[in-house]
Design a protein around this ligand. Structure first.
Ligand SMILES: Cc1cc2nc3c(=O)[nH]c(=O)nc-3n(C[C@H](O)[C@H](O)[C@H](O)COP(=O)(O)OP(=O)(O)OC[C@H]3O[C@@H](n4cnc5c(N)ncnc54)[C@H](O)[C@@H]3O)c2cc1C
Length: 397
């Protein structure tokens, strides 16, 4: 098999590369380098989002009528690779990568016309209200109640681990509107205003030093019934559809390959590596092979998304592989940095690194990133749950 790009693809690659080279300011690059999480702060993310929006490249995979680029799969793949190479700050995925596709797939035209442009412009910043203290993996046991009262629902209950709730003016959430034999029935997918009276947000500080998650409380919060996405009691199907986008739209490998290259770039010349460092280098070589295999699988799945319109249960497989590999790479990264990876003081580390050790120029080789990245196999449904989904939906067990 020969994998080759056409001259047209090469021209497209050059165009994308030049865009990243000129659009990424020093400030944006520095903000990205010192992130300890997959998320960046609101201001940085929004700055980058506006630049992408102006260029018309914010949501390449959306249909053109809603702001997509109309690129072919190969162009999208090239864009992802170049983005990974340029390493810009990420834009928040909750609206653009999750709710957006869900509204396009399951919302009404009125909802699409109202919410999608606001999402693109950043007028609305979304958070995801699924998990509750007693409903994480077993999401269907969620208890936050929405009781119909005229044209509104009245909401009481709580959501937990809500990423970026403190930045958000809107939440898409799952609420219980009824009790049926199957707990998945009676769950409704609802859009609510975080500034509505009765909504309280309490921060959850993380061991890595980041503040990204909150617990959100609802105390008699009124939400118009027109804010239901899909049908009342049938929010589970919208949720499953949306989660496929959260778990894997098929482009983790390019960034993982860049991460591997970055860890390698912190090493001395091969000839002077100690035996323990050689062992780490060998581990990284093996991981690179695994990432290349993941990349091929992602490419196949991207073709599938094009055909079916959504990733399907393959997204569970991609999420498992991508998060496992990412965590293994960050293990090698912190072992490489040893105790220089401990403090979150990237400037100090780069200046005072041991002789010959290039030192982390960003947070990838630091323990705060390592700790934050442990959450990747929990959020969006833990890897154990992803395996259960594969057993059921793919293997028919
Ligand atoms: C950083 C971070 C960000 C998050 N952001 C959001 C967010 O924005 N919005 C949101 O709604 N939620 C969010 N979450 C919550 C996340 O979705 C849940 O943490 C996750 O679904 C697991 O639920 P839990 O924490 O209640 O763990 P539990 O469900 O209690 O699971 C505990 C352990 O038991 C295992 N387990 C549970 N059930 C089974 C089973 N049936 N078979 C095999 N193993 C099982 C799990 O894999 C896990 O290892 C976030 C979580 C984290 C860590």
């Amino acid at each position: 098999m020969e994998l080759k790009f056409t001259p047209e693809h090469d021209r497209f690659r050059t165009e994308v590369r030049e865009f990243f080279a000129t659009a990424l300011t020093d400030e944006l690059r520095a903000a990205r380098r010192f992130m300890t999480s997959v998320y960046c702060d609101y201001e940085t993310g929004m700055k980058w989002q506006r630049i992408l929006l102006d260029k018309g490249w914010l949501v390449p995979s959306w249909p053109v009528e809603y702001g997509g680029t109309g690129w072919t799969l190969t162009q999208r793949y090239i864009f992802n690779c170049e983005r990974a190479r340029a390493n810009p700050p990420p834009v928040s995925p909750m609206g653009l990568a999750m709710l957006g596709p869900a509204l396009i797939g399951c919302g009404t035209q009125t909802q699409r016309d109202y919410y999608l442009p606001r999402m693109l412009r950043g007028d609305d910043f979304w958070c995801q209200g699924y998990s509750e203290p007693q409903a994480g993996s077993d999401l269907a046991s969620l208890a936050t109640a929405a009781v119909a009262d005229g044209d509104d629902y009245v909401i009481n209950g709580t959501k937990i681990w809500t990423t970026h709730a403190h930045y958000s003016n809107r939440m898409f959430c799952l609420v219980r509107t009824g009790q049926f034999e199957r707990p998945q029935m009676g769950v409704t997918f609802l859009l609510l205003d975080m500034k509505a009276p009765g909504v309280t947000t309490r921060p959850i500080p993380f061991y890595s030093g980041d503040y990204e998650q909150s617990q959100v409380f609802f105390d008699d919060v009124r939400v118009p019934r027109a804010n239901v996405v899909g049908e009342e009691h049938k929010g589970w199907s919208v949720t499953k559809y949306l989660l496929e986008f959260e778990r894997g739209g098929g482009s983790a490998a390019p960034a993982l390959l860049e991460a591997i290259a970055h860890v390698r770039s912190t090493w001395r010349d091969d000839a002077t590596l100690l035996p323990t460092e050689r062992a780490l280098a060998a581990r990284l070589d093996a991981l690179e092979t695994d990432v290349q295999a993941l990349e091929m699988t992602e490419l196949r799945c991207v073709a599938d998304i094009e055909r079916r319109g959504s990733p399907g249960p393959a997204s569970s497989m991609l999420k498992i592989k991508a998060t496992e590999l990412s965590q293994q790479i960050s293990e090698v990264a912190v072992e490489t940095a040893a105790y220089y990876g401990l403090p979150y003081q990237p400037d100090a580390i780069a200046t005072h690194g041991r002789a010959g050790f290039v030192g982390p120029e960003d947070t990838l080789t630091t323990t705060p990133f390592y700790f934050n990245n442990r959450a990747a196999s929990i959020y969006g449904g833990s890897n154990e749950i992803q395996r259960n989904i594969i057993a059921k939906a793919v293997l028919g067990l």
